[in-house]
Ligand binder design. Structure first.
Ligand code: NIG
Ligand code: FE
Length: 413
């Protein structure tokens, strides 16, 4: 496919090179071109410019974008979108006032999803997950990280990762996979966390690596789930196999997981709804990326990650969905952007940067996606005619996306 989008009202996130992670004040800088054109060839961005300099080449198909805004697709660096069934019954418990911890104690939570997944065939799991992936693509997501962690046995963890790999083969967008065996303690371990971590590290991980099923490693570092010493073992085991770590940490409590992660210089620390001044100081000494998941805060009614505090401390911010059946049953990145603006007081520019270029760094695809840059994939969003890009987060819950191109191919028919 060879085509040119013309008369674009505003082309966002135009960067000449792969760029750097944006932190502090730099997050406010969203380079744009007004009244622009964008040339796509074989699924790649080959050129762009302003209409005043546009030379008509009638041999190339042109698509009129009058009044419309064009931007790179969202990069969702944290999801659990491969899962089986749902947890609506817990939703009702939640409405009636039970907390996340109380629901888990009743046999709900991660182990509930694990049981459903263990009983689901690989084909059926693929079918359910594919529908979710297609849905988020139509909502503008053009690169996605997918975690395991609802298997909790070697066979079921491998099943999840194989499904994610099959999605990677069947869909033409960057998909990275993360091994999250240490997501919750299976019942049969009777509280013996150390024995389960031994199994994750000595039994599951070598098999996952052997089949090349994971790009990253993760652990749920949280009271009642995994302690600091478990987290440290997981990070170090990942290093041994060259799997950078992306850690679930500081969702409900701050107890040193962030210091450990920063000292180990992990790739990202995700959640951070509870973040102390001391945690911030540790982050400042590392290159670890802080990832906020505002849809999770929205759904669970827990604090929002203090993005302004991160930015004031000259730190980067990444935004992701956390799409999963328990704490965030939505993968809609448009809603994530709205929440980041409305609840976390990020500006539209900061939120868009956090969900595109910075997010690309958090899943190591910054050379492929995340900005309008020559040579990058043509994974782009075309909006309906709208007044300005701030209208996207402002009009929360509405869909203003007209077309999504993945490698230059239109996804909405
Ligand atoms: O990122 N916090 C840990 N894991 C998921 C939720 C898992 C679940 O409740 O199923 C999260 O929020
Ligand atoms: Fe998560």
């Amino acid at each position: 496919m060879n085509f040119i989008l013309v008369n674009i009202k505003e082309l966002l996130q135009v960067r000449t090179s792969a760029s750097k992670i944006l932190k502090g004040k730099a997050l406010q800088d969203l380079p744009t071109l007004k009244n622009a054109w964008l040339h796509i060839e074989n699924g790649i961005i080959v050129d762009y410019g302003e209409m005043k300099d546009f030379k008509i080449d009638s041999s190339i198909k042109s698509i009129d974008c009058t009044g419309k805004i064009v931007l790179p697709t969202w990069v969702d660096s944290h999801t659990h979108l491969v899962y089986a069934g749902n947890r609506e019954s817990e939703f009702v418990d939640k409405i009636k006032g039970l907390s996340y911890a109380e629901i888990a104690a009743k046999g709900g939570g991660i182990v509930n999803s694990a049981q459903q997944l263990q009983e689901t065939s690989e084909e059926e799991l693929y079918k359910q997950s594919k529908i979710r992936l297609q849905e988020v693509i139509a909502q503008g997501t053009g690169a996605v990280e997918i975690k395991s962690g609802y298997g909790l046995t070697t066979a079921a963890e491998m099943k999840m990762l194989r499904v994610a790999k099959k999605l990677q083969e069947d869909f033409d967008l960057p998909i990275k996979t993360t091994f999250l065996g240490a997501h919750a303690l299976p019942k049969k371990f009777n509280g013996n966390t150390k024995a389960y971590i031994d199994e994750v590290i000595n039994k599951m991980l070598p098999k996952v690596v052997n089949e090349n099923l994971a790009d990253f490693i993760d652990v749920f570092c949280e009271k009642g789930y995994f302690e600091l010493e478990d987290t440290e073992r997981i990070i170090k085991a990942g290093k041994k196999y060259n799997l950078p770590a992306k850690i679930h940490v500081n969702q409900f409590t701050s107890f040193g997981g962030l210091q450990l992660s920063a000292e180990e210089n992990v790739l990202s620390v995700d959640h951070l709804e509870v973040l102390t001044d001391e945690d911030i100081q540790h982050l400042k000494k590392s290159t670890t990326l802080p990832v906020a998941l505002p849809s999770c805060s929205f759904y669970l009614g827990i604090p929002y990650t203090p993005a302004r505090k991160l930015i004031e401390n000259d730190l980067p911010v990444v935004l992701a969905s956390d799409y999963n059946p328990g704490s965030t049953p939505s993968g809609n990145m448009n809603f994530v952007i709205s929440l980041a603006c409305i609840k976390m007081k990020m500006t539209p520019e900061e939120a868009i940067n956090a969900a595109t270029i910075n997010a690309a760094f958090a899943m190591q695809v910054e050379n492929e996606v995340g900005s309008i840059t020559k040579g990058k994939r043509a994974n782009i969003i075309v909006t309906q005619p709208i007044h300005s890009y701030a209208f996207l987060p402002y009009s929360f819950g509405s869909n203003h996306i007209e077309q999504v191109y993945i490698k230059g191919n239109p996804q909405i028919h």
